[in-house]
Design a protein around this ligand. Structure first.
Ligand code: ZN
Length: 111
C-alpha cells in the first residue's frame, strides 16, 4: 500500500460489464426462476436498469456493453447528465409522483 490508499484489486472492471449485460441477466434470471420454481419478477428491475442505461450513456462515459462477454457492441446514447435530458427525466418523475399522490396511491405505502 502506498500513501494509505487501498490496493487496487480490479473488481470493478469485470463486475460493471457483467452487471449491465443482458446475457448475464438472462442466465441469472433463468437459473433463479428454475431454482425458485417461479418466474422471479423481482429481477425485472435489473433488466429495466440495463435497458435504461443502454440509451442514457454515451461513448464518452460507460457506454453499456449489454452483450458482454459475447460482444463489445455499444450504443452511443444521450448521456443522462445532459441538461435538457436531465430536466425531462426529473420533470417526468415529478409528474408521475404527483399523479400517484393525487390518486392516493402513496398513502398505502407509508402505513
Ligand atoms: Zn448502470
Amino acid at each position: 500500500m502506498r500513501g494509505g490508499h487501498l490496493p487496487h484489486v480490479g473488481l470493478g472492471v469485470p463486475l460493471y460489464p457483467a452487471g449491465h449485460s443482458l446475457i448475464v441477466f438472462l442466465l441469472v434470471f433463468g437459473v433463479t426462476s428454475l431454482v425458485a420454481r417461479r418466474v422471479v419478477l423481482e429481477l425485472l428491475g435489473w433488466l429495466s436498469h440495463i435497458l435504461i442505461d443502454i440509451f442514457t450513456h454515451s461513448f464518452r462515459y460507460y457506454a453499456t456493453r449489454f452483450l458482454w462477454p459475447v460482444s463489445d457492441y455499444r450504443f452511443n446514447g444521450i448521456p443522462w447528465w445532459t441538461p435538457w435530458f436531465w430536466c425531462c427525466t426529473y420533470g417526468a418523475l415529478a409528474i408521475v409522483y404527483f399523479l400517484l399522490w393525487r390518486k392516493g396511491w402513496l398513502r398505502a405505502s407509508i402505513e
